[in-house]
Write a protein that binds this ligand. Structure first.
Ligand code: ATP
Length: 354
């Protein structure tokens, strides 16, 4: 539905987006996720036609749109600040795009009614935006965007102005509406939870580049580099040297002499110094100092959180590790000062390429 080929955006000397290639499948929900300033909004604005690309090509439904103005791209756009017309009624706000397209009055009435039903706000037609809550206004903004039956729906942090409860509710609503309509959507957010819960695919961005694109499980379970592992969820990093590779498995040695087995990534070789990412919930703690080159440490602190306990473990000649243990039993299992061995499956330690 949307394709970016070698798209670059420069502001003077500054490169906001570097040679970006991105393909978005028809009907899918794709999120651009990254920290402030990574270029996600600039990318969305180029697809919208609010910014021109300095270089490269943008296609919507197979048509090159670089020189097509915004109002001829057939897009629905929802911004963070709703951007409703304050002096127009809800009906006129939602009908705006249809009137602009000279759709006949009867069809406009029917389509506005349908759009308001879809966002679950029928009977608000005669009100002004100021007579609705923030969440309701955002639904109206969504109704206005979808009423024109856009080829692509562009959503620029649409939930970030809402309070936490409303945001959770709107996540579910937005996903429901997107699924019901089957409309291709590009969603911009810096909120990883929003991205993980809503997206078919997530493009994780930093410094104007897509670092990794994949499903929520791809980017969480199989981050390809340090940035993605660190930005999505919590993780522990461990510097190791690869000491042996057999089939898909790599044996690595830590500075403390402990051996850790991981899945080998393509191109990794014996002697290479690499970084591993291990998620805190994938580590099991065993009491006592197991010999035989196991990964060992000492409990420094623990935080009891009801459902689970977070342990900070000082590794032997290594960094601090965070380990999350679910509280299947009533009391926390380990005490500060206690020596422990850390265990995890080879698949849980992810070798990072940079
Ligand atoms: P945020 O979540 O804060 O909106 P973002 O990832 O959407 O961040 P962009 O708005 O795309 O980031 O901006 C990317 C970079 O381009 C930033 O460093 C920003 O300062 C720069 N930038 C954006 N617009 C302009 C402009 N009109 N002129 C110069 N630099 C710009």
């Amino acid at each position: 539905a949307v394709e970016l080929r070698g798209v670059v955006k420069r502001y003077g000397e500054f490169v906001a987006v570097h040679e970006m290639d991105l393909e978005i499948e028809d009907g899918s929900f794709v999120t651009l996720l990254g920290p402030s300033g990574c270029g996600k909004t600039t990318t969305l604005r180029m697809v919208a036609g609010l910014e021109g690309a300095t270089q490269g090509d943008i296609y919507i439904k197979g048509r090159r749109v670089n020189d097509v103005p915004i109002h001829k791209r057939n897009l629905g756009i929802v911004f963070q600040n709703y951007a409703l017309f304050p002096h127009k009624t809800i009906f006129d706000n939602v009908a705006f795009g249809l009137k602009y397209r000279n759709v006949d009055k009867q069809t406009i009435r029917e389509r506005v009614k349908k759009a308001l039903e879809l966002v679950r706000l029928p009977q608000t037609e005669n009100r002004l935006p100021s007579q609705l809550s923030g969440g309701q206004q955002q639904r109206i903004a969504l109704a206005r965007a979808i009423v024109i039956e856009p080829d692509v729906l562009l959503l620029d942090e649409p939930l970030s102005a809402l309070d936490a409860n409303l945001r959770d509710e709107m996540r579910v609503e937005l996903k429901r509406i997107q699924r019901e309509l089957g409309v291709t959507s590009i969603f911009v957010t810096h909120d990883q939870e929003e991205a993980l819960t809503m997206s078919d695919r997530i493009a994780v961005m930093s410094d104007g580049r897509v670092q990794q694109i994949g499903s929520a499980t791809d980017v969480y379970e199989r981050p390809i580099n340090h940035f993605v592992a660190d930005f999505i969820g919590e993780t522990n990093f461990l510097d190791v040297t690869v000491s042996g590779i057999e089939a898909e498995r790599a044996t690595c040695v830590t500075a403390g002499g402990a051996e850790v087995v991981t899945e080998a990534v393509r191109g990794c070789r014996v002697g290479a110094k690499v970084s591993l990412s291990v998620r805190p919930e994938k580590i099991a703690l065993r009491a006592g100092e197991d010999p035989e080159h196991r990964l060992r440490g000492e409990i420094e602190r623990l935080i009891y959180l009801g459902t689970d306990t977070h342990y900070q473990v000082k590794l032997e000649r290594g960094p601090d590790f965070l380990v999350r243990v679910q509280n299947a039993h009533a009391s926390a299992a380990f005490e500060p000062g206690q020596p422990v061995t850390l265990e995890f499956d080879p698949g849980a330690a992810r070798m990072l390429v940079d």
